[in-house]
Ligand binder design. Structure first.
Ligand code: ATP
Ligand code: MG
Length: 389
């Protein structure tokens, strides 16, 4: 394959914050960009040279994207695989429709993990009332997850008994689901790899992640953030999962580290990931630049982290403190007075609770100093403190 060089146009299906940061990275390197997203006011569409606002399955919109862009990627995994297949007839599409469709479906995703020799949480597929009745008791208590279209903890229900499982599956609309055993988590981590069309593979250091209410809240990356053996195994597992898919692009694999120290894969995202946003400010090459390079068929270099980092997600809740009658403007100027504070806001017109509005990365000399700066920032913004709980 010949490289798609700067001056060409790169396309992305999806116009959220991930698309926006992809567009920024592509434009910095001299590319033009085209975004397909139905929202006329999407974060990526607002900063892109071209913005096609049609549905992701609109044949005319897809044809316009393929007409404008020399290579096309996606920024979220719920783009219909058929749309990617359609685009792939005309243009290179990375990652390909097959990898994306596996990541879209927890049942196929788990089979892929097992096939790569990577352990996942014990689970059962739930597609019928018989399967509910036959669920092995050792999977309870568990979490019922819809096989498709879940994100940020949506589509998940904790169940303690077979009766609760039956009711939860009913509430889920009896769509295909997986029941996963509820595991005793010590902590969570993720690894981002980038794989080129020639099979070259590079990765970022494992990220330690804290979720609140099913949504990523804090990511920390520094020496010894994760025990050595878990770090090594998580990287090896992410590489095996990418290679098993013949993947081309940026892939994030999320893991659980259990109380006994063992590592279990949770899920993968066929795109840059929220837990990799720190790479924009603390690495010489960000996850979005690697997305551009893998899409364009350019060489990859192993990224180098030049500073420890802590990232705080900024949700719409910050605009709605408890005792304020109407939405406030968070204290950005005060936050930006803190050393090593890097503010990223996604340009979303309206703040809503639970909506990802931006993130704040703190860099510095050592993690203790960074944590105390992050505590200050959290206090200014009304985020829960301490950050580690
Ligand atoms: P996203 O796509 O935003 O990462 P999601 O909706 O796909 O989220 P999961 O990653 O499956 O959801 O789960 C969200 C969080 O719920 C996990 O990060 C973890 O904190 C918790 N969780 C999920 N499954 C289990 C489990 N089997 N045992 C214990 N905790 C779990
Ligand atoms: Mg997840």
């Amino acid at each position: 394959m010949t490289a798609v060089l700067p001056g060409s146009t790169l396309g992305v299906v999806g116009g959220g914050q991930l698309g926006r940061m992809f567009v920024h990275a592509a434009q910095r390197m001299g590319y033009l960009t085209a975004v397909l997203d139905p929202d006329a006011d999407s974060p990526a569409g607002r900063v892109s040279h071209h913005h096609i606002h049609t549905d992701y399955a609109d044949v005319d919109g897809l044809a316009r994207l393929a007409g404008l862009a020399d290579a096309i990627t996606t920024e979220f995994e719920n783009v219909p695989a058929a749309s990617l297949e359609h685009l792939a007839v005309a243009r290179p599409v990375r990652p390909g429709a097959t990898a994306v469709s596996i990541a879209q479906d927890r049942v196929r995703e788990k089979s892929h993990f097992v096939g790569c020799g990577v352990d996942c949480a014990p689970y059962a597929v739930i597609e019928s009332a018989e399967q509910v009745a036959l669920v092995p008791p050792n999977l309870l208590p568990g979490i019922l997850k819809t096989a498709r279209l879940g994100y940020d903890g949506k589509g998940q229900q904790r169940v303690d008994s077979r009766e609760e499982l039956a009711a939860a599956w009913h509430r889920a609309g009896q769509v295909p689901c997986v029941l996963e055993k509820l595991l005793p988590l010590d902590f969570e981590c993720s690894v981002i790899v980038a794989r080129g069309h020639d099979g070259q593979i590079v990765h970022f250091p494992p990220q330690r992640n804290l979720h609140r209410g099913g949504i990523l809240a804090v990511t920390e990356v520094h020496a010894n953030n994760i025990p050595e053996s878990a770090a090594r195994l998580s990287i090896e597992s992410a590489v095996a999962i990418a290679e098993g898919l013949q993947y081309v692009g940026v892939l994030c694999v999320e893991f659980f580290v259990l109380a006994d120290g063992s590592l279990v894969v949770n899920e993968m995202a066929p795109r840059p990931h929220n837990s990799g946003h720190w790479t924009l400010d603390a690495c010489d090459v960000s996850q979005f630049e690697l997305q551009v390079r893998t899409l364009a068929g350019l060489p990859l270099n192993p990224p180098r982290q030049h500073s420890p980092a802590l990232m705080l997600n900024l949700l719409g809740d910050l605009w709605f403190p408890e005792d304020e009658p109407k939405a406030i403007q968070p204290r950005w100027a005060d936050v930006l007075a803190l050393p090593g504070a890097h503010l990223h806001l996604y340009g979303k017109a309206e703040a809503r609770r639970g909506r990802k509005m931006g993130h704040l990365t703190i860099t510095g000399d050592d993690i203790e100093a960074i944590r105390s700066t992050a505590d200050f920032a959290a206090a200014l913004l009304g985020l829960p403190i301490p950050l580690s709980e």
